[in-house]
Design a protein around this ligand. Structure first.
Ligand SMILES: [Zn+2]
Length: 442
């Protein structure tokens, strides 16, 4: 049984819990190279949670520069896992976990209202290499008694078509994946002759993470599959910060994290409920504790008082990465607003697969459409009004932006083999790379 008691504490009890854990973090982080220097001269203990604002913020650049060992606050003998950020924008950030850290990250996933149970068969479609969500979701599902099927993405072993076959064959009940992957799996199912909404009656839900998911995109995936979608928001550096409750709201795990919403440039707190950049202080991480870590994600945080689920964690809304914002002729568009505007366009002209580009004249929205010949003036007007910039809309037929054949491609699976059947076929491989790459038949 999942212990969620901290999610129902009174505000006073929660603040007391947070303050005690925060002071332990302020002491613990001094064991790391980064904070020994960064926090020199700062207090080891504070009396009020608001005093955290006295401390300097921690940036991604600092974490990159001090990787791989700079944030490690425990002896190497105590860590049991290592993960990295993808490093798409520079050196990857290193994250070490103790066994207790891993257990707490698992517990944070258990906060999600997908509520894994012993009757579940869970296809874990997050990538297993280097990053952590696959491992944490797998751990949470198994801990709850569910059966896990590791169908990692980004590998030739489990292409999309194999996942669909397993989904049918095993009567799987849950898929854990990126939101985009849920859309691509639906496309694959259609190519294989299935209707995602009706031909997978055992599938009860998705737990998604790793990508911004707005309300409209969640609704789109739910309608596509006729199954619930539960969102989880986290970062490689912190763990899972917020998870969807039964009412579909992202509640922050405030017993594990102290959250601040800051102005993106001054790092001063923004007024309650307003948009800003999320900064996270970890309250329970042992191996790599972080203080005021600026995630770069645009969020809002609002009190949970009105949520029907009764949880106390503030409701978080994730609106994309600050670095992904568009600046067009002085107008700033953030990813969350862009996604919502495009997916709410009237007339069902825009499918789930679309992209945008910026030109000298404004924003270009390019999308696959079942009605590529339709007039677009009303949609352009809608988007221009919503986004505050001139918009050009380019509709292309289904398949015009994404080659569906790629979804059905099956690459040869590389398994170590050292014996070629030279007697049977004169096209046999004579080099090891060709032998291993599947140009052989045994
Ligand atoms: Zn709720």
């Amino acid at each position: 049984m999942v212990n969620l008691q901290n999610m129902y504490l009174s505000t006073g009890q929660l603040k007391e819990l947070q303050l005690g854990r925060l002071n332990r973090t302020l002491q613990k982080c001094r064991e790391s190279i980064l904070y020994r220097e960064k926090h020199a001269g700062y207090p080891l203990k504070i009396e009020d949670l608001r005093d955290i604002s006295q401390f300097p913020v921690t940036t991604k650049e600092e974490l990159r520069e001090c990787a791989p060992l700079g944030t490690l606050a425990v002896p190497r003998e105590q860590v049991v896992e290592y993960h990295e950020s993808f490093g798409t924008t520079g050196e990857p950030i290193s994250v070490w976990l103790t066994a207790a850290d891993f257990a707490r990250w698992t517990q944070q996933i258990e906060h999600c209202a997908i509520d894994f149970n012993p009757g579940d068969t869970v296809l874990v479609r997050f990538p297993y290499a280097i990053s952590d969500p696959a491992h944490i979701v797998q751990s949470a599902a198994k801990k709850s008694g569910a059966c896990v099927v590791p169908v990692s993405s980004r590998t030739v072993v489990s292409p999309h078509s194999r996942v669909i076959r397993l989904l049918r064959k095993l009567r799987a009940t849950v898929i854990g994946c990126l939101p985009l992957e849920a859309i691509l799996l639906a496309e694959t199912a259609k190519l294989m002759g299935y209707d995602p909404a009706t031909d997978f009656p055992h599938l009860r839900g998705f737990c998604v993470a790793g990508e911004m998911l707005t309300g409209s995109r969640k609704k789109l995936i739910e309608e596509m599959w006729h199954a619930r979608v539960y969102n989880m928001y986290g970062t490689t550096e912190n763990g899972n910060i917020a998870a969807d409750c039964s009412a579909g709201r992202l509640h922050a795990a405030e017993d594990h994290f102290l959250l601040e919403v800051l102005h993106p440039k001054s790092f001063e707190p923004v007024p309650p409920g307003e948009r800003g950049i999320l900064a996270v202080t970890t309250l329970t991480l042992e191996a790599c504790p972080l203080v005021r870590y600026v995630t770069g994600d645009i969020v809002t945080l609002n009190p949970a008082a009105s949520c029907s689920c009764g949880r106390n964690g503030q409701v978080l809304e994730h609106l994309g990465r600050y670095s992904d914002r568009l600046d067009i002729n002085g107008t700033t568009i953030i990813p969350g607003d862009l996604h919502e505007a495009v997916l709410q366009t009237p007339g069902n002209l825009i499918s789930a697969l679309w992209m945008t580009g910026v030109s000298e004249n404004g924003l270009i929205v390019r999308a696959e459409s079942e009605f590529p010949e339709a007039g677009t003036s009303s949609v352009r007007a809608f988007l221009s009004k919503r986004l505050g910039v001139p918009v050009k809309l380019e509709l292309v037929p289904i398949g015009g932006m994404f080659d569906r054949n790629k979804l059905l491609e099956v690459s040869p699976v590389i398994k170590p083999r050292y014996v070629a059947n030279w007697a049977a076929d004169n096209r046999y491989p004579r080099t090891l790379d060709r032998l291993l790459s599947g140009y052989h038949t045994f």
